[in-house]
Design a protein around this ligand. Sequence first.
Ligand SMILES: [Zn+2]
Ligand SMILES: [Zn+2]
Length: 347
Amino acid sequence: MFRKMKAAMYYDIGDVRYEETDIPEIGPGELLVKVGTALTCGTDVKTYKRGHPILIKHTPALFGHEYAGTIEEVGEGVKDFESGMRVVATNSAPCGDCFFCKRDMPNLCASLKDSLVNGAFAEYIRVPAPVVRWNTHQIPESLAFRDAALTEPLACVVHGIEESNIKLGDTVAVIGAGPIGQMLIMLAKKHGASTVIAADLAELRRDIAKKAGADIIIDPSKENPVERVKQETSGFGADVVIEAVGIPQTWEQAVEMTRDAGTTVLFGGAASGTKFEVDTVRFHYGQLTIKGVFHLKPRHVDQALKLIIAGDVNTELLISHEMKLERIREALELMNEGQSMKVAITP
Ligand SMILES: [Zn+2]
Ligand SMILES: [Zn+2]
């Protein structure tokens, strides 16, 4: 077995290098996967531009977390997988035993952080035992690695849709039309929304949102999104609003454009230390439901993969570019500037 591989190594903010490093060693219950395709994600861009206290603990660090590939080596005690199998795995897994796991909230598992995987922008990646146990799936021959690699972000979206309580005929507004926003638009439609309104500052994203199924597109630099949503809903506001940007200002807009007794889902994680304001009178007398939704549960991974295999998600719209691993910096810059959706990275 080769001991060295090529990988993108994260050294510091703005400093990611393509270089040679050791192939990870695997232990009992673990897998070594030869990466077929990895995808860039908004989280990678954030990490590249401003660092990440949880994902990057010491540097240089392996980098990237959305991928699918072929099993190269199987650790002791692994029963369900063998080398040569094509698989997709997510970047974390619950313990199954803690307070939150026992209450059907494995997305809040205390041990999630311990199983975090980073290192998909490389030739090989180590899959930790909890991820092998909970969140690794074999994929059919007919499914391209690049499409399968969307399983993890789509699973988060499945979770968001599940929590949004969308009903047949609802009007749903989605703020932010990055890859996550586009998947929210697609699944909101599938889930029965009759009208989907999408808002984004970037022209590319607004164009893709239309193709993803949005009926009404808002450019927030040209018009007030709250007023526009009210105009489109006889003054009431949308039945369900999902925020997928992650800044307090759009969180507030999301609440303001939700109708009384409607649901606001705050999906985009904002920077730590930030706060947002809600009108107490509206919150109480308008009977608003405002919920934060974070991450995914193993069942959402299962559901997401089924949707991808069935062709229920237009993956072409979500992956706009393909690049070799050595061009990883260029890929992250492109996504940062809003000039691409996800970039498929092949070693
Ligand atoms: Zn991601
Ligand atoms: Zn747990």
